[in-house]
Design a protein around this ligand. Structure first.
Ligand SMILES: Cc1cc2nc3c(=O)[nH]c(=O)nc-3n(C[C@H](O)[C@H](O)[C@H](O)COP(=O)(O)OP(=O)(O)OC[C@H]3O[C@@H](n4cnc5c(N)ncnc54)[C@H](O)[C@@H]3O)c2cc1C
Length: 374
């Protein structure tokens, strides 16, 4: 049977768009299919922080490579993508957290990432609206922010320019080379990639991916109120623990002057509603670090769902001998950052294109500890 498309990518979030774009850049004719707007899903809900992380070597390698790829792309992206190299400031509330910051600094330095330890005085100078008495922090100099929906639009425009196509439809079934759409249409391709975010398991039931709800809050415009993406060091405990609910202070200055405030994590909540209790928790947590936050006018709050895996690493690649799509999901709270590294890996797996990344740590065949994800 002749195939019309070299590849079909399911999902028009940042991971699907990046995969479609990377494959089309390597000469494949790609059809991108999704049941939500381009850049919708978790992508529309996320903060847009591109962060190099150090929780594990595998996470470091994927985030660091992705950060390089974001850096290389910055001049190609339209200005509406709002790329800003504001850096991340991890805030240490006490000596114990400052020691953790110093440990992270050593980790990053060894691997060539530009970081700087701040003491009590220098963090107060860097961010005057932080409360006094904080122990210090760690600045990750080359971390940035971006507005993902615009990047998605730009990527798919490139896909179309290279002979690919975009189709808005719900996929009801998928194999390695075929998708079935709501309404009955069947489309064949050389290969199918599933980038369906937190609901990917509806097409591939074994996937150990669970939705993890998050709330974000955005204020009116207060230019200069904050200069870096600020994150409390306790954030890592929250992101890693599998507690039912948690909130950590995370503030991002948008290029508009608005302050974007996060972030919460909840398992077991499937509805999208904004919960007043969670919004209040996010704001109260932020006030512990920046008391003046309480005087800013909040204009909007929303929710989104991260795709969480048992080992906090994404699932990238196909399982041998199983007639199912190649997988690109499970990026939890780092999918914007890691979309470009993921796409590079998918392109390497499918076309043999070079990548410095070793796919093994993200393999769909790895041991998830018997976790069935539900
Ligand atoms: C509150 C919050 C804050 C975050 N902040 C950051 C951050 O600062 N930095 C960062 O790196 N990451 C962040 N993230 C994570 C990031 O947003 C996600 O990891 C990323 O957007 C995932 O992209 P995706 O393309 O895999 O999934 P999605 O964006 O969810 O896209 C998947 C798409 O696939 C579609 N789809 C699924 N199944 C089907 C089907 N059967 N047929 C057709 N279409 C289908 C869905 O409708 C959806 O549109 C945050 C997430 C949240 C919730």
């Amino acid at each position: 049977m002749s195939t019309k498309h070299d590849a079909i990518v399911i999902g028009l979030g940042i991971v699907g768009c990046a995969c479609a774009w990377a494959l089309s850049r390597r000469g494949l004719r790609v059809l991108a299919v999704g049941d939500a707007p381009i850049g919708g899903g978790a992508t529309a809900a996320g903060m847009g922080h591109v962060a190099i992380m150090d929780d594990s070597e595998a996470q470091f390698r994927l985030t660091a490579r992705s950060s390089e790829l974001w850096m290389a792309l910055r001049d190609e992206l339209p200005s509406e993508a709002a790329v800003d190299y504001c850096g991340t400031l991890w805030v240490a509330a006490d000596e114990e957290e400052l020691n953790a910051a110093k440990g992270k600094h050593a980790f990053y330095q060894k691997r060539g990432v530009r970081t700087e330890v701040l003491d009590e005085t220098s963090i107060a100078e860097a961010e005057p609206n932080l409360r006094s008495g904080l122990a210090g922090g760690l600045r990750i100099i080359d971390d940035s922010i971006v507005y993902p929906p615009v990047v998605c639009e730009w990527m798919l425009a490139e896909v179309v320019r290279r002979g690919g196509a975009v189709r808005f439809a719900h996929v009801t079934g998928a194999t390695r080379t075929r998708v079935q759409l709501d309404g009955g249409d069947v489309i064949d391709a050389g290969v199918v990639v599933l980038a369906g975010g937190d609901v990917s398991a509806r097409l591939c039931a074994w996937l150990p991916v669970r939705p993890r709800k998050g709330h974000l809050v955005i204020t009116d415009r207060y230019p200069g109120f904050c200069r870096h993406e600020l994150v409390e060091l306790g954030y890592l405990k929250n992101a890693h623990s599998h507690a039912a609910e948690s909130v950590a202070f995370n503030l991002q200055p948008r290029p508009t002057g608005q302050m974007l405030l996060g972030s919460s994590r909840q398992y077991g909540v499937e509805h999208e509603e904004v919960e007043a209790r969670m919004v209040a928790w996010v704001i109260e947590r932020a006030k512990l670090y920046m008391p003046r936050i309480g005087s800013l006018r909040v204009v909007r709050a929303w929710t989104g769902f991260r795709a969480a895996t048992p080992d906090s690493l994404p699932i990238i690649g196909g399982r041998d001998g199983v007639d199912e799509p190649v997988i690109a999901t499970g990026h939890e709270g780092l999918g914007l950052t890691t979309s470009l590294g993921t796409a590079e890996l998918i392109a390497a797996i499918l076309t043999g294109a070079p990548t410095p990344l070793d796919a093994a740590a993200y393999s769909a065949s790895r041991d998830f500890g018997g976790h069935d994800g539900h």
